[in-house]
Ligand binder design. Sequence first.
Ligand code: HAM
Length: 441
Amino acid sequence: MSTLKAVRGTRDLLPPETALWNRVEATVRAVFARYAFGEIRTPIFEDTQLFVRGVGEETDVVSKEMYTWEDRARAASEKAQSLTLRPENTAGVVRSYIEHKLGDTGMLQKLFYIGPQFRRERPQRGRYRQFWQIGAEVLGPQSSGAESPLRDAEVLEMLATLLDELGIPRAAEANGNTGWKLSLNSVGSATDRPRYINALKAALEPVKSTLCEDCQRRSETNPLRVLDCKVPEDQPIIDNLPKIADFLDEASTAHFMQVRAALDACDVPYVIDPRLVRGLDYYTRTTFEFTAASGLGTQNALLGGGRYDGLSEMLGGPKAPGIGFAIGEDRLILTLQALAEAASKPLISDKLDAFIAPMGIDQNAAALMLAKELRAEGLSVEVGDGSFRLKKSFELADKLARQIIILGEDELSTGFMTVKTFANGDQLKVARADLAAKLRG
Ligand code: HAM
């Protein structure tokens, strides 16, 4: 019989790598808590219409990449419903905000999430069909200040702090350009954008036949996507197209200037990228992406986000301007692993504090008892078996733990344990009362 494997584009995460995921998530939770974010958990599948209306029917995510199915009706009175595995979580968070009337509190909502998302993309390093996002959204009624450029800057400053705390250097400070870089743009308000799209369409008309096939199609269906094109021959033409900055109205320009001034004040470095329009339709005004040069190859977008001031209304809710981001957690982990490898530093010490080796099966119960007591004292401990030969116990202990405790008849009768530390080869007799302190040391 053939063996079954994880589906293409999905993967298992195993120890010790999961320890790194947990450490990253613990740092994320600690940083987000300091910025007053609370956790939201929304369902993994939603009504397909949520993404069609929220993310946009014409986007690649919705038109090509969603896992959608018709959920069978279970009774004659029920209608079949089209459901979709969430390809992103912003639409779900805004749906939940509307459904639970969070706007009625009048308060700014600062919500974060960590969870799997699903897109039917061509799998490659850093690009999976099930991937994890760490995201956050700040939204609320206008009176809560949700539209303020201060919020944009705060979110970006939090991201810079998070990446600093995770040990990912800033590109400006890193050798060999291995660090993170923030690209920033404003795509204007809901009224600026159509004016820009019209100008873009007009400018594309005479040149589109010289562009790649994808761009010829995008020139018709979604001209903004032309700006994402990576085909080298197209670049000089695209660089000459009109820039969105020239189409922002006074309010959008002032908003963007204030975001930039606050970032400068907080020492968050960025570069303006007039071509950063992002692939989801809900964006207005500020858009951004952080790239990392280490470990990601061509999939170098570590995270992306922006403002979505009209999304709530698009989903039938009240006016609720907002801004947020999502970090590709898989990519964050790849970046950390590549940085650690380059520095020849282990990322996680997966060694236990101690391995207890009973010398015979008569000491098995005492070994288990000792393990129980040491674990209760907060130490990580594995127990061998009295039927193991001493050589096997040592080999196993050396693989798993920093120290071995030998537990024979002698040790039990005297109350002194033999403890060997592998790193320096020291072997000592330690009184039971001093054992935990010695193992910690
Ligand atoms: P996005 O740019 O589509 O934005 O995705 C955010 C991040 O998720 C990307 O920068 C990337 O790191 C990661 N990502 C996307 N697709 C994959 C994949 N197939 N495999 C691995 N990682 C991937 C959003 O999803 C928006 N909801 C972000 C946002 C929140 N905007 C406002 N609030």
